[in-house]
Design a protein around this ligand. Structure first.
Ligand SMILES: NC(=O)c1ccc[n+]([C@@H]2O[C@H](COP(=O)([O-])OP(=O)(O)OC[C@H]3O[C@@H](n4cnc5c(N)ncnc54)[C@H](O)[C@@H]3O)[C@@H](O)[C@H]2O)c1
Ligand SMILES: [Zn+2]
Ligand SMILES: [Zn+2]
Length: 356
């Protein structure tokens, strides 16, 4: 049995979004049916549905920053009840048995985690994301949203929040450390707030000085603009203990490595479609560490939400309706967003359904 709901889908990378009907399963077993209130627009949605990473499975609804209210629960659900405020991020399934799942790192499941969209679910269907009215998700992949955070500012935490929180927590970034956040978009603006709340001294590295005021308001001490100084990487050489790099396109990787102190670490979370060669010499000189990080596990996602609730950290957002998403994508790609677009899913109510 299934529930028909409205969702925004594309039938191909160049096609516009259309409001269509899709089916969600009736909650069974440990399923939670969520009435979606807000859905964030992550740059990964754009990379995926514009097929920049290849392998997009059309027709597709993306969206993995989901916040809403529990509408119904399956008979085996123990953690949630109707009315609870909850969120869903990038994962809706994993094996639950491997070493990584047992440690709470479902994001690294050795048997392949199931993504919230563009993945094959256990029933053989392609998972459809959160640009939708409702979604059915197993309770293990559902987190609780603190009461102090509104749905729209909380939704982006489910990807942008955890993707920046996880490396900052894993590598124990905090007081006494000089941290740079490269790229001040959806992820970057969460990284600045979280690193600052952990007591680090934060610099933002951006191409221009345009976002300086925003960077300071988010808790950064300064903004450094790569485009303003021909010798930028030489000028700021050896300055940082840790760089959280959120840049979504190719950049000067050896240059960024030079910004680290000896023993410093740079973690890449951005996913430029073409990838980049590893500058081995800038790693060995100064015994530097270059690492990558992919969202976070479920327990860690709950820790992040609780941390953000306690420190009153939410996303800085621009709210859009279901008809504004194509235009919003163009603006994200141009870097014209402060700092996350969030779809108000109540705008589905009046939207006319088109042929799928
Ligand atoms: N590793 C993960 O788990 C994970 C999770 C979410 C997103 N991502 C990826 O992280 C990246 C950032 O996502 P986002 O949603 O924050 O995107 P975004 O578009 O909101 O932010 C990207 C920022 O990078 C800046 N930028 C782009 N090209 C640049 C360049 N050449 N030099 C300097 N800055 C540049 C943009 O101006 C923007 O501020 C994307 O590639 C996304 O797919 C990875
Ligand atoms: Zn994302
Ligand atoms: Zn597993």
């Amino acid at each position: 049995m299934s529930i028909t709901v409205k969702a925004l889908q594309k039938t191909g990378p160049e096609e516009p979004f259309k409001v269509v009907n899709i089916e969600r399963r009736e909650p069974q077993g440990t399923d939670v049916l969520i009435d979606i209130k807000a859905a964030g627009v992550c740059h990964s949605d754009i990379h995926t549905i514009r097929n920049e990473w290849g392998a997009a499975k059309f027709p597709l609804a993306v969206g993995h920053e989901i916040a809403g209210v529990v509408e119904a629960v399956g008979p085996e659900v123990t953690k949630y009840k109707v009315g609870d405020r909850v969120g869903v991020g990038c994962l809706v399934g994993s094996c639950g048995e491997c070493e990584q799942c047992n440690k709470g790192f479902e994001n690294n499941c050795l048997n392949g985690a199931i993504g919230t969209y563009n993945a094959i679910d256990e029933d053989g269907t392609v998972t459809q994301g959160g640009y939708s009215q409702k979604v059915t998700v197993r309770e293990r992949f559902v987190c609780r949203i603190p009461d102090s955070l509104d749905f729209d500012v909380a939704a982006p935490l489910l990807c942008a929040g955890i993707t920046t929180y996880s490396p900052l927590a894993t590598w124990e970034v905090g007081e006494g450390q000089k941290v740079a956040v490269a790229g001040l978009g959806g992820l970057g603006h969460m990284g600045v707030q979280i690193a600052a709340a952990k007591g680090a001294e934060v610099s933002v590295i951006s191409r221009s000085r345009k976002k300086e005021e925003d960077a300071l308001a988010l808790g950064a001490k300064e903004l450094l603009a790569t485009g303003e100084d021909e010798n930028f990487f030489e000028t700021h050489k050896g300055k940082f203990d840790f760089i959280l790099n959120t840049i979504s396109a190719e950049f000067d990787l050896p240059g960024f490595m030079d910004l680290l102190k000896p023993g410093g670490k740079m973690v890449l979370v951005g996913l430029p479609p073409e990838g980049m060669p590893i500058p081995t010499r800038s790693l060995t000189g100064g015994r530097k560490v270059l690492a990558g990080s992919n969202i976070g596990g479920l327990p860690e996602t709950q820790d992040m939400l609780d941390f953000c609730g306690e420190h009153n950290i939410g996303a800085k957002i621009e709210i859009i309706g279901v008809n504004d998403v194509d235009a919003a994508y163009d603006r994200v790609v141009k870097g014209d967003v402060h700092f996350r677009f969030v779809i108000d899913t109540s705008t589905f109510d009046d939207a006319e359904v088109e042929e799928a």
